[in-house]
Design a protein around this ligand. Structure first.
Ligand code: CO
Length: 470
């Protein structure tokens, strides 16, 4: 038998970010997280993903918590472990492109408050939208990981991914993430993709997927065998379903193989014991839906991320049009093709989903066109992978000349205006960033905070711990 080379895989733990974003609409509170930090810090994870994505918005909007304060508490507790965040490129943690000065300041403050690794992606895989964030991360001494948003379609050949990996390496990124939002990467494809990326780039490769389609742990095994360096897993009480494969299961499965993570299963079991009652609480209060814990084969059939499926269900329910669900699902790939076949990830997933709903409910395609759809066709989110459907583009934006440059090149600096608007509420430098991203939600939170500080008895909004889509 040929001698096997020892190639341990590392684990990034997602229980404090993606796992609860996927399973309980991002509602885990800081108080629920802090007591277990000390134990998590001793495990030896490659990193703990704990910030960014929807956590920022949800903390403010539903929990009345300052996300910056949460980050500082993490930093205080995690003395040996790298903290990782998810960053939507030029869209930061929001839903539209921001000017460079806001992106730079956000990166700077994230690192200053404790983030070590920033995973940066663009919803169109337009790498120009990552330049500012990557450059600033490096400048501030952080680790820049660039994610390629994995999706299927005519354009997405192995060559496409390898070329993207080469460009990412040339940009000065420290590592590459395959970000599979929908769980579309099946085991055999993972072997091919990781092998191809490894041959095209010297950077460490991390794989991030979701269990939605039921294939994720098989995919991880194949990816490790093909040389994948890091895998994203979640502690078992917040694993599987629409979340990630379970940390303990992957650790046990790799033990004694060339991919042995070296992590201590007994120590992990103690952490699982801590999170289990929290899981029970969210099952009991209805926030954790048994539906999101099973296998959803629709995600493979329609190539739609689980989060997008539940958003569409909610949108249609609000419009009393639940019977149109499958018509909308069939319209999603058509809209996606009109828009140049983008990956479906925030915010492109919302834009494609909302347009598909409009097209079905009005009975005429592109009769109603939200501003975000117009902006996509006008090039304001960046370059699409394939060309737009010209006819549809014309119907949506008329004679407007689409832009072809990096969209942020056309945006005026934003900070002076935001500083002025937030002046009355500002208690820390970071408040201007909170306001820049979510103006209305931020003001509500600042007013709540002011009232707390003056001792007026303001009850927490009763939205806390209720099920609302993020
Ligand atoms: Co994810």
């Amino acid at each position: 038998m040929a001698e096997t080379v020892k190639k341990p895989v590392q684990i990034t733990e997602t229980v404090l970010r993606d796992a609860h974003q996927s399973l309980i609409a991002t509602r885990m509170t800081t108080d629920e997280m802090v007591p277990i930090i000390d134990k998590m810090d001793k495990i030896g994870y490659r990193a703990v993903e704990c910030w960014g994505g929807a956590t920022f918005d949800a903390a403010l909007r539903f929990l009345h918590e300052d996300p910056w304060d949460r980050l500082r508490k993490f930093r205080d507790g995690f003395k040996n472990t790298k903290l990782q965040m998810l960053f939507r490129g030029q869209n930061i943690l929001g839903y539209k492109p921001y000017p460079d000065d806001v992106v730079e300041y956000f990166v700077q403050k994230s690192i200053a408050n404790g983030i070590d690794v920033i995973r940066i992606f663009d919803c169109l895989n337009d790498l120009r939208n990552l330049e500012t964030a990557v450059k600033t991360t490096k400048k501030e001494g952080g680790e820049a990981q660039v994610a390629l948003c994995y999706t299927l379609g005519k354009a997405y050949t192995l060559d496409y991914w390898v070329n993207m990996a080469k460009e990412i390496e040339a940009m000065g990124a420290d590592s590459i993430c395959i970000k599979d939002m929908a769980g579309l990467l099946l085991p055999q494809a993972a072997t091919e993709l990781v092998t191809a990326l490894k041959s095209g780039s010297k950077l460490p490769i991390e794989l991030h997927t979701h269990y939605t389609s039921g294939a994720a742990s098989m995919t991880y095994m194949k990816a490790a065998e093909a040389g994948c360096d890091i895998l994203d897993c979640a502690m078992s009480p917040f694993a599987l379903g629409t979340s990630q494969p379970a940390t303990e299961v992957m650790v046990a499965s790799f033990a004694g193989t060339p991919y042995d993570t070296g992590l201590d299963l007994t120590a992990l079991a103690e952490i699982a014991n801590y999170f289990r009652p929290i899981r029970e609480k969210y099952i009991a209060n209805g926030l954790m839906n048994p539906k999101s814990l099973g296998v959803d084969i629709k995600t493979l059939q329609y190539q739609v991320p689980g989060g997008m499926l539940s958003n569409l269900t909610n949108q249609l329910k609000n419009m009393n049009a639940e019977d149109k669900f499958y018509d909308v699902l069939a319209e999603v790939p058509r809209v996606r093709e009109d828009m140049g076949e983008p990956p479906l990830v925030t915010p492109s997933s919302q834009i494609v989903g909302t347009q598909a709903v409009m097209n079905v409910l009005t009975g005429e395609r592109y009769k109603v066109v939200p501003q975000e759809s117009k902006d996509i066709f006008a090039g304001k989110y960046g370059k699409s992978t394939l060309p737009f459907n010209k006819e549809v583009q014309k119907k949506c934006i008329g004679d407007v000349e689409p832009i072809t440059c990096r969209p942020a090149d056309l945006l005026e600096p934003g900070l002076p205006k935001f500083e002025k608007e937030v002046a009355n509420y500002k208690q820390q430098d970071e408040d201007v960033l909170t306001y820049a991203l979510f103006p209305e939600v931020a003001l509500d939170y600042f007013k709540y905070r002011d009232a707390q500080n003056t001792g007026i008895d303001v009850k927490k909004a009763d939205t806390v711990n209720k099920a609302y889509p993020v």
